[in-house]
Design a protein around this ligand. Structure first.
Ligand SMILES: C[S@@+](CC[C@H](N)C(=O)[O-])C[C@H]1O[C@@H](n2cnc3c(N)ncnc32)[C@H](O)[C@@H]1O
Length: 390
């Protein structure tokens, strides 16, 4: 029953949930007079497993409560509105939105002033949690994440979440930077620029750091679009260049980012970060083909690499472990953690290396450990070693 009015309603619902401004949603006006279910009351709640929707099913003589994950919960609301109820009322911080399904099947939407206040804790959390703001943020609109009313489009809510999570993960590292003026940040394989724009926005507008940012991308049409959006957003120090990670001419690199750069492109990026002495190297690798092909197991591990998918996972682990160890050998304090849950994207590992001067690494010991891993899996060379001429 999705028409333009219901679409507006559900887009607003999604957006209110995202920006944590949904106070309550009620479904009333049962379609079936004999139905025992009188009303459905939905609120957003923060649980251990994350942000969820709490449903209270109000029957004649009892209430039943259930929690659903956001996506699933919204689907239930849509279904309930199709099958059980005729009215929906959404209470948010800024408005009350009523949706009525009329007897002729047409849908009417009415917006009125807000009547409920958000719980204090809700408002209190909000400032901390949102580092990227959708309102009047031009690049988010131009990238199709928000609509003309600056609301997060339902189909882009995962992307918006990913962007925010990315910034939240990087924020503590960025706050520890020793160089804080005229930072040059390079985003290798910037693609459509979602994360590039968000990082620029955060550093430049939120942390108010004086930065220069370059997105390197070999697809010309993406470079063109991103430069147009940067101009529209008035992001004057953000520039996208057409070129390869390997060869693009860059002055200095203080922060090197490479997110989802395929296969050995991640190694090229790390190589450029290390050789430029970047203070921070951040990458989220994807498709680990080089090591998968290089694996030649002839010992007890042969069974562990017998099944394609399991071999692939081991190739990922070995590739990224060696990358992390090489970073350590070059004086980077390195962390590997989950970038975004598998639910949103399978590309879920992030490697962050922070250059440290306080501890001199024992290179020989690290390279011996790397050799032992390679020997076990019959690997001759990791591509990053080739680049570094190790
Ligand atoms: C999967 S996309 C990721 C885009 C973005 N970093 C993100 O995470 O949303 C990878 C991008 O890297 C670009 N790319 C891959 N290898 C490259 C290389 N060697 N030089 C320049 N760009 C490259 C591709 O064209 C593509 O746009």
């Amino acid at each position: 029953m999705q028409n333009s009015q219901t679409k507006i309603f559900f887009d607003k619902l999604q957006s209110n949930i995202e920006i944590k401004e949904l106070i309550k949603l009620t479904l009333t006006g049962k379609r079936e007079k004999s139905s025992d279910l009188k009303k459905l009351i939905i609120t957003a709640v923060e649980l251990k497993k994350g942000y969820c929707l709490n449903f209270i099913y109000r029957h004649n003589t009892k209430d039943i409560t259930k929690n659903f994950e956001i996506f699933e919960g919204i689907q239930f609301i849509e279904k309930a509105l199709e099958e059980e109820f005729l009215n929906a009322e959404m209470f948010s911080k800024n408005e009350n939105l009523n949706l009525f399904i009329l007897p002729n099947g047409k849908v009417k939407l009415k917006s009125t002033k807000p009547v409920l206040e958000a719980p204090l804790t809700y408002l209190h959390n909000k400032v901390k949690e949102r580092l990227i703001h959708p309102h009047e943020n031009i690049y988010l609109r131009e990238l199709g994440i928000t609509n003309v009313n600056w609301e997060i489009r339902r189909e882009m809510s995962d992307k918006f979440k990913q962007i925010n999570q990315y910034i939240e993960l990087l924020a503590p590292n960025l706050k520890e930077l020793t160089v804080t003026d005229n930072l040059h940040i390079v985003d290798m394989g910037s693609g459509k620029g979602y994360l590039t724009f968000a990082l620029y926005d955060y550093l430049s507008n939120y942390l108010k750091i004086n930065i220069q940012m370059t997105g390197v991308e070999y697809r010309e049409e993406l470079v063109k679009t991103c430069n147009t959006i940067a101009e529209m957003a008035d992001f004057g120090s953000l520039n996208f260049v057409q070129g390869t990670i390997e060869k693009t001419d860059l002055d200095k690199i203080d922060i090197l980012i490479a997110l989802h750069a395929c296969d050995t492109a991640t190694d090229e990026a790390i190589y450029r970060g290390i050789t430029s002495g970047a203070e921070l190297i951040v990458c989220a690798p994807c498709c680990h083909k080089q090591i998968r092909k290089a694996m030649n197991v002839s010992n007890e591990l042969i069974n562990v690499t017998r099944f394609g998918i399991l071999k692939e996972r081991q190739a990922e682990i070995i590739t990224d472990t060696i990358r992390a160890m090489i970073l350590e050998a070059y004086g980077y304090k390195t962390n590997v953690f989950e970038f975004i849950s598998l639910e949103h994207t399978p590309k879920n590992v992030m490697i962050v290396g922070k250059k440290t001067t306080t501890k001199v690494p024992n290179k020989i010991e690290i390279f011996n450990k790397i050799s032992a891993i390679k020997q076990l899996y019959g690997i001759e060379k990791h591509y990053l070693e080739t680049l570094l001429e190790l």
